[in-house]
Design a protein around this ligand. Structure first.
Ligand code: ADP
Ligand code: ZN
Length: 603
């Protein structure tokens, strides 16, 4: 397995879980894989495909995703193809032949096409495995529901012996259960990797006006010269305004939203992928079809509607693992607009709850990454050091007793209450909800009388964010104590809470600190100018090779590989091939050009 990983993909080791998943699939068992965007899902089925006889069939929702995957595989010398409406009939005919003759290792196909081929092509070929990419599309709980995906349950009926691997970056439990059920997965093993993406920095700016936002955006982009980024806006109008504003300042930005023709959208996407434009101003409609690994930053011009959407969107930055920056603007106006959307949506309660969690992230006083990860069910016991809160830490105090009071009241109420009633109990307020259930007789009734209700709300928010309890969305939003919460409740752990500060405006000092922060490329700090010059040379060479082959630059070599080339400066083709991310095929194909360029530069 390791040998094949190195030969084809050039990687020296597996990322967490990849090896287990590959082995599991090779044992011909079903799997559900949850990994964040950029976590390395593709290897999980591509490697088994290479190690098995026959062809792996990969179901993917978008032509652009298939194209990207097929190009990356081909660039590594792996025979792969995509059967879809973007091909002409001759192309499709030769692809079908390649499949039946067993010449392809991977075939990408849309769910509609798959259904149409169920009794034709699929029967005539030897299928090693089915991989269902973006598997959350099957569930209406997910955020990209695709009705076509719901028919995929037929796969296991028709091909009971072929293993299925479903992959997604959406981790919530409803979606997860739905995937397993609808695909009729056979006793699947569920692999959940950490959702942490430590290379993404996190920052939030609260309550900025339009002018201030524009200035902040220009500042931000100035700190990322020539680097690709996406600005997400809530409305089509917003994308147009921001793009115009950038244009006035000499930054080439495309717009992308559902109101544009398919041609226009494809053009924007293509220009972005091929580095012809630096910025895309987009509504959420943009990005699902983007696997570009060198997106260096993401800005949210408005608050997203849920943490899932937010995380998936920022996840489009830094897939290559290099440091990347994210910035979220958050205003009351956004909140009101989004609450309205949520209230009008088909699933009002869930939508509002999700929005609330997003808001909590934006308003947080504690490490933002801890909030994100606790949302995805991960308990983290340290601050990240790479978010604005960590960089400008708020004051803390030992809040163990406060936490114990709250959790104890919650437990005594049978964990059958939401935050409102919990605060009533703590404050000793005999509200109708309280008296109806007789909670005024609880020992903890009024135990937190000395703390005002709004402060209790804030502390509960902090506790939620610290992972001491969870909200059961499908159980009337009742609160449930987590194992981490029990530790504090029973005095086995102490809890640090943040001192509540009501007024909060950015100080001059904070502003200066923010200005000074700049993304540093690891290993590039020393040797400054010289390194940067070499990087520019190699980048130009990569672009030239990419243009010749009509491929995006990041498919020829990733940014990460370029950076490694700059630090290790290989002067032989062997040494070039040792760089992580360069397999045999790329070594033979590109080695001589890069080695020559490095030699020439070092002379
Ligand atoms: P996902 O599909 O989960 O969003 P990808 O499969 O596109 O993520 O992988 C993200 C990036 O990580 C890609 O550039 C990929 O080449 C890289 N990658 C995957 N596995 C490894 C590994 N074992 N070692 C180094 N890089 C890896
Ligand atoms: Zn942090």
């Amino acid at each position: 397995m390791l040998h094949t990983l190195k030969t084809y993909f050039g990687y020296d080791s597996f990322r967490p879980l990849q090896e287990d998943i590959v082995s599991h699939l090779l044992a011909r068992k079903d799997a559900l894989v949850l990994m964040p965007t950029g976590g390395g899902k593709s290897i999980c089925y591509q490697l088994p495909a290479l190690l098995s006889e026959g062809t792996a069939v990969v179901i993917s929702p978008l032509i652009s995703l298939m194209k990207d995957q097929v190009e990356s595989l081909s660039a590594n010398g792996i025979p792969a193809g995509a059967l879809n409406s973007a091909n002409d009939e001759t192309q499709n005919a030769s692809l079908r032949r390649a499949c039946t003759e067993g010449k392809l290792k991977l075939l990408y196909i849309s769910p509609e096409r798959l259904m149409a081929e169920a009794n034709y092509l699929l029967r005539d070929m030897h299928i090693s495995l089915f991989a269902i990419d973006e598997a959350h599309c099957i569930s209406q709980w997910g955020h990209d529901f695709r009705p076509e995906y719901t028919q995929l349950g037929f796969l296991h009926q028709q091909f009971p012996d072929v293993p299925i691997i479903a992959l997604t970056a959406t981790a919530d439990k409803l979606t997860r259960d739905d995937i397993v059920k609808q695909l009729r997965l056979n006793n699947p093993k569920v692999f959940i990797s950490s959702f942490d993406r430590p290379n993404l920095s996190l920052a939030v700016k609260r309550g900025y006006r339009k002018r201030e936002k524009d200035n902040a955006i220009l500042d931000f982009i100035a700190r990322h010269p020539g680097e690709s980024g996406i600005i997400y806006c809530m409305s089509r109008n917003g994308t147009e305004q921001v793009a115009q504003m950038l244009g006035k300042h000499g930054i080439r930005a495309a717009i992308y939203h559902a109101g544009l023709s398919a041609d226009k959208r494809n053009e924007a996407q293509d220009d972005f992928i091929n580095d012809r434009i630096q910025v895309v101003c987009a509504t959420i409609a943009f990005g699902m079809g983007i696997d570009k690994s060198n997106v260096r930053w993401i800005i949210h011009y408005n608050l997203p509607k849920s943490i899932e959407s937010f995380y998936q969107e920022i996840g489009r930055a830094g897939r290559d693992g290099l440091p990347s920056d994210t910035l979220l603007f958050y205003s009351l106006g956004d909140l009101i607009q989004l609450s309205k959307f949520a209230a009008e949506s088909g699933q009002q309660e869930i939508s509002l709850e999700k929005l609330q969690r997003m808001q909590q992230y934006a308003e947080s006083d504690i490490c933002r990454r801890r909030i994100l990860l606790s949302y995805f069910g991960e308990n983290v016991n340290h601050d990240c050091g790479n978010c604005d809160v960590c960089k400008n830490p708020p004051e803390r105090f030992d809040g163990t007793i406060i936490v114990q009071k709250a959790l104890s009241a919650l437990v005594r109420a049978g964990q059958q209450i939401g935050t409102g009633v919990l605060v009533d109990i703590l404050r000793g307020t005999a509200s109708p909800e309280v008296t109806e259930k007789g909670y005024q007789k609880l020992k903890t009734f009024g135990a937190g009388r000395e703390i005002p209700a709004r402060d209790w709300q804030d502390y509960l928010l902090q506790m939620l964010q610290l992972g001491y309890f969870e909200i059961a969305y499908n159980e009337h939003n009742h609160l449930k104590v987590t194992p981490a919460g029990s530790e504090v409740l029973f005095g086995r752990a102490r809890a640090q809470l943040v001192v509540i500060k009501r007024e909060e405006k950015g100080t001059e000092k904070q502003k200066r600190a923010a200005k000074g922060s700049r993304t540093e490329v690891p290993g590039m700090e020393g040797n400054g100018g010289n390194q940067q010059e070499l990087l520019d040379v190699l980048r130009a060479l990569r672009q030239q090779l990419a243009d010749q082959e009509v491929l995006p630059a990041y498919i020829v070599l990733s940014d990460k590989v370029l950076h490694q080339l700059c630090t290790s400066r290989p002067t032989t083709i062997e040494a070039f091939g040792n760089i992580s991310g360069i397999g045999e095929y790329k070594k033979k194909k590109y080695g001589k050009y890069f080695v020559e360029a490095i030699k020439k530069f070092s002379k």
